[in-house]
Design a protein around this ligand. Structure first.
Ligand code: HEC
Length: 214
């Protein structure tokens, strides 16, 4: 139980306005409103709900110190002659068809002719080429014929035999007349594998002594 004198005091209590207390409170609120945001902005270590507004990012070609670890290097210009890791020789930047074809013909097949790569080529051929060119590249695929897709020429012609590897790579990459490009579906590596496979088909049709190791 609250003692009687205290109950009386509570009953008779009236709020009193103190101008001094009022000014002190107002002053403190003002100082807090001004200086707390300044202090927070000045100190990068304290972040309240920054919601990813502050991210480690830098402008290209720059070096930036970080809180931890070595400085961050942003997109420095590679030294002259640097090649990307998955780079394949092909002159994509060439504008005219003729320039691109000539450039492509100068590239030897960079993929080794191993059994494994030949299998990859066979796989690609059976998915993307067989429908038009036929299983043995005679130009008798399942979708060609009168009233259907126009038949492609046989890849066993003298012309196709004399194509350089780079030329076939180029035809797969850019397409040729009615033949569409397969640059999106078939990676450069797979294209070179397919070139090996086309070569294997051509040799199978017209074997030479060296094909038998003699
Ligand atoms: C939609 C049908 C179609 C598909 C699929 C197709 N080709 Fe062709 N291909 C053609 C036609 C049609 C031509 C003839 C283009 C022309 O008139 O120059 C051709 C031409 C070629 C030539 C040049 C032959 C020559 O004598 O000029 C090569 C090489 C070739 N294709 C390889 C391939 C390879 C490799 C694939 C699979 C990645 C493939 N083609 C997929 C229809 C196709």
């Amino acid at each position: 139980m609250i003692p009687e004198p205290l109950q009386k005091k509570l009953r008779e209590w009236q709020p009193k306005f103190s101008p001094t207390l009022f000014r002190v409170t107002l002053g403190a609120a003002f100082l807090a409103a001004v200086f707390i945001p300044i202090a927070l902005a000045a100190s990068p270590f304290i972040e309240f709900f920054n919601d990813m507004a502050v991210q480690p990012k830098g402008k290209a070609q720059g070096t930036y110190g970080r809180l931890y670890g070595p400085p961050m290097i942003v997109e420095r210009k590679p030294p002259a002659g640097t090649l990307p890791m998955d780079w394949f020789p092909y002159h994509n930047e060439m504008e005219t068809e003729e320039d691109a074809r000539n450039a492509a013909e100068s590239i030897p097949n960079p993929v080794p002719a191993t059994m494994e790569n030949l299998r990859i080529g066979q796989h690609v051929f059976s998915i993307y080429c067989k429908t038009c060119h036929g299983p043995t590249a005679m130009g008798d695929g399942s979708i060609v014929g009168p009233g259907r897709f126009p038949a492609p020429p046989s890849l066993h012609s003298d012309t196709a035999r004399k194509f350089k590897d780079g030329r076939i790579f180029h035809i797969i990459t850019r397409g040729q007349n009615r033949m569409p490009s397969f640059a999106v579906q078939v990676t450069p590596f797979e294209r070179w594998c397919t070139v090996h496979y086309v070569r294997a088909l051509q040799r199978a049709m017209d074997p030479k002594p060296e094909d038998f190791g003699k």
